[in-house]
Design a protein around this ligand. Structure first.
Ligand code: FDA
Length: 540
């Protein structure tokens, strides 16, 4: 039998820790901490796992995975506590105590949610930060890997390349993006025309559901396994780890970059690209970035289209292919570089090509404030439309803006729309993500940058998908609509953004949500709502 005094010991230590730091807490906060400290059982674990406000490390733990400084201001709502579990039982305890004491849980893996939903909430909340869940196990013999959700894509790619240079995983281009959120929304990068999305290549997962059960693919069932691979994070449960099917890549790939500004016919070449890029062989990835740059005349600006791509093959094959299919680009050998696939990760991630060790560095690139929006394009935009798009990039707010435009086609055309929640497959020429950025010091002026992105989005209306105007959930955009924070959100209300992200798959996502989390514990501003109202059920 346990002595009550003994089981209180860890909690009393937390109390001492808090009073030393001057923290004052209300009842639910105490109750939550009491609950969690009893379950974690010893002081040394508690001090490594629970970070409450005023803990000297609280802010550094909070900020370590904030990748949008728009949500890192004194006015940004902060979590009452950040919990950094060391093992699965800690995750279950956090879930149990948050549910019991009425705290919303925000699950954070890489912290790249562009609307900050993994670390900001308007209601009392705690962050479950998976920063200690970063283990990766690569099995080259069976061409599979297990990756925990808190690992970054950079860590995953590094771990694969440490074992082989002829296997890879088809996921995103930014090395600090977390596996947890990225796979939950689909995830794509330089290999997606060949192999599809990251989510298309996930073959099992380990998840904790709202009742604290630890499930794998078999025990969660195919509906839930379908939903967690693209239906958006923080909705169906806490995904601890994913089993990946690795894909073959040649030992040598060829990357290239060709820059064309307005004076060098950028508009016409981009116009032509729209007719060609989605039909090129699936071994070729091709992306266009539109940005404002200095022009050759000192003191003036122009707009540049950067055509960047990768062929799963050698330079000669690439040049022959582009000269045959897209001679307007004027690709020459000096634009190309042969390298290993892992070096291409550095190339597309904007990292120096010296050492792959930089993939393990979460701070290798500066963090800015940003707003993102996305579109899918099914018909080529006329030249006059592209001219207008280009001219918007000459505006003052676009100094640090980019339109990222990867060509679709290839494998994406072959996968049915309902195979996974991500529905944007055949018939898309390309996706366009518009990102406007500014520095943290310019946050007071964020309104002007955000309204520029809204004007750009409005300008693009005639040229992009309609009914619904489709969007990519991984470039989350709260302008599309949000759930009611403290009240039931109807299917009709959520359909406004739900159909944009998921098209008809939204219906199945709602059914799965209703089955696995009917009381809507896992939620955020754009999570899938259940059909039943927990509020109505309680008689409110
Ligand atoms: P974060 O931890 O913020 O999670 C995102 C969402 O998933 C949140 O709602 C969170 O609560 C939830 N979540 C996180 N972990 C979970 C878990 N274990 N279980 C359940 N829910 C969980 N996309 C792309 O397809 N290709 C690309 O190349 C890029 N590149 C890129 C660059 C930059 C700079 C940014 C800011 C974003 C991208 N993205 C992208 C978009 C990226 O895929 C998207 O933001 C992901 O959701 C980020 O996942 P994180 O784990 O980093 O975010």
């Amino acid at each position: 039998m346990k002595f009550p005094q003994f089981s209180m010991l860890p909690f009393l230590m937390v109390v001492v820790m808090l009073s030393l730091s001057g923290t004052t807490l209300s009842h639910p906060h105490w109750d939550f901490l009491h609950c969690l400290s009893l379950r974690l059982a010893n002081y040394s674990t508690i001090s490594k796992v629970i970070y409450v406000q005023n803990n000297p490390s609280y802010l550094s733990v909070l900020n370590a995975s904030i990748h949008n400084t728009r949500f890192s201001t004194p006015a940004t709502p902060k979590p009452f506590a950040i919990i950094t579990p060391l093992k699965t039982s800690h995750v279950r305890s956090t879930l149990y105590c948050s549910k019991k004491h009425g705290f919303q849980l925000r699950i954070r893996s890489g912290g790249h949610d562009v609307e900050g939903l993994s670390y900001v909430s308007e209601v009392p909340f705690v962050i479950l930060d998976l920063l200690n869940f970063r283990a990766i196990k690569v099995d080259t013999k069976n061409e599979v890997a297990w990756v925990q959700s808190g690992a970054t894509l950079g860590e995953l790619y590094y771990a694969i390349a440490a074992k082989t240079n002829t296997l890879a995983f088809p996921a995103g281009m930014c090395h600090t993006v977390g596996a947890g959120g990225h796979f939950s929304g689909g995830g794509y990068g330089t290999l997606f025309r060949k192999y599809g999305l990251a989510a298309d290549n996930i073959i099992d997962a380990r998840m904790i559901d709202v009742n604290g059960r630890i499930l794998d693919r078999k025990s969660m069932g195919e509906d839930v396994f379908w939903a967690i691979r693209g239906g958006g994070g923080n909705t169906f449960g806490i995904v601890l780890a994913w089993k990946l099917k690795l894909v073959p890549v040649p030992a040598v790939v060829t990357v290239f970059t060709v820059n064309k500004n307005l004076e060098q016919n950028a508009t016409k070449i981009f116009h032509r690209w729209q007719y060609i890029a989605h039909k090129l062989p699936d071994d070729l990835f091709m992306n266009v970035w539109i940005t404002k740059v200095n022009s050759s005349q000192v003191g003036t600006k122009t707009v540049q289209a950067t055509f960047r791509g990768m062929l799963l093959g050698g330079v000669d094959e690439l040049i022959t292919l582009i000269q045959d299919k897209f001679p307007e680009l004027g690709l020459a050998e000096e634009n190309c570089n042969e390298m290993s696939w892992i070096e291409s990760v550095l190339y597309f991630g904007g990292l120096p090509l010296q050492s792959v060790d930089i993939l393990l560095d979460k701070n290798a690139l500066p963090t800015l404030s940003l707003k993102a929006k996305s579109d899918y394009v099914k018909e080529p935009i006329p030249e006059s439309g592209i001219e207008g798009l280009m001219s918007m990039f000459l505006e003052e707010e676009a100094d640090n803006a980019v339109a990222m435009i990867p060509a679709f086609g290839g494998k994406m055309d072959e996968i049915p729309e309902n195979e996974l929640p991500y529905p944007h497959r055949a018939g898309n020429l390309f996706e366009a993500t518009y990102i406007v950025q500014w520095t943290k010091e310019q946050n007071a002026e964020s309104g002007k940058y955000i309204s520029w992105s809204r004007r750009l989005y409005s300008y693009m209306t005639p040229y992009v998908s309609k009914s619904p105007r489709e969007a990519y959930v991984n470039y989350r955009d709260l302008d599309l609509g949000i759930n009611n924070i403290n009240d039931y959100t109807s299917y009709e209300q959520a359909s406004i953004w739900g159909f944009k992200y998921f098209k008809n798959n939204f219906k199945r996502l709602v059914q799965v949500k209703t089955k696995v989390d009917p009381m809507n514990f896992f939620r955020n501003e754009q999570s899938i709502p259940p059909l039943l109202s927990p509020w109505k059920k309680k008689g409110n």
